[in-house]
Design a protein around this ligand. Structure first.
Ligand code: CO
Length: 208
């Protein structure tokens, strides 16, 4: 990749933005009030803003391998807390994607070094849904389903966060589970029943 080309692209982009709206960057510098917290995979093919068709300022973004939400991950937890309690986003989205290398790696028994404890979280998702996954005949279908189940479980992990539970009750913050299909370019809403999940979670993880 040509690094000078990137800076050329950047100057072109900034110029076009100013041509369309001379106050664009001045307005951006005034502060942010995004309505969405987007938690997605670091995969280079799944770019948060571009696939949603939004520009700077619209989404607070956190990305890591396989869009995981671990309560021991200080980075993910601080992003969620800041987005929900300070920025007061209206929606939290966990967006996975088919052909996710992280999910695939978790299906293989291979020593991945530092990735082992990270991928173990996905293996836990597999264990939680072992029966359903065992009932799926094709390997590719099982892989796709694990991507979806992983998104659902990470949404559940979002709902376990105290600030999320408070915001869900006080101001109807909503959590969404999506999967991006790299093959078609389309987003699928998994339409998880979060009211039901939240009730189940509150019985076990009551925080407020
Ligand atoms: Co991925």
């Amino acid at each position: 990749m040509d690094m000078e080309g990137i800076f050329r692209n950047n100057r072109d982009w900034a110029r076009k933005k100013i041509e369309a709206d001379p106050t664009y960057f001045r307005n951006l510098s005034q502060g942010q009030s995004p309505e969405i917290l987007y938690i997605g995979c670091s995969d280079s093919r799944v770019s948060a803003e571009e696939l949603m068709g939004v520009g700077p300022g619209a989404a607070f973004v956190h990305r890591n391998i396989a869009n995981m939400v671990s309560n021991l991950d200080l980075s993910a937890m601080t992003v969620i807390q800041y987005a929900v309690a300070v920025l007061r986003v209206k929606h939290v989205v966990v967006c996975g994607h088919y052909f996710c290398g992280g999910v695939k790696a978790a299906l293989e028994s291979k020593d991945m070094g530092l990735l082992n404890p990270w991928l173990r979280n996905i293996r836990d998702v597999f264990r939680l849904h072992r029966e359903e996954l065992a009932g799926i005949g094709g390997e590719e279908e099982r892989y796709r389903r694990l991507v979806e189940l992983n998104v659902e479980e990470q949404c559940v992990n979002v709902l376990k966060v105290a600030d999320v539970q408070i915001a869900a009750r006080q101001r109807r913050l909503t959590v969404h589970g999506w999967v991006f299909d790299i093959q078609s370019g389309l987003l699928n809403d998994l339409r998880v029943d979060f009211d039901e999940k939240l009730r189940g979670i509150r019985e076990l993880y009551h925080l407020e």
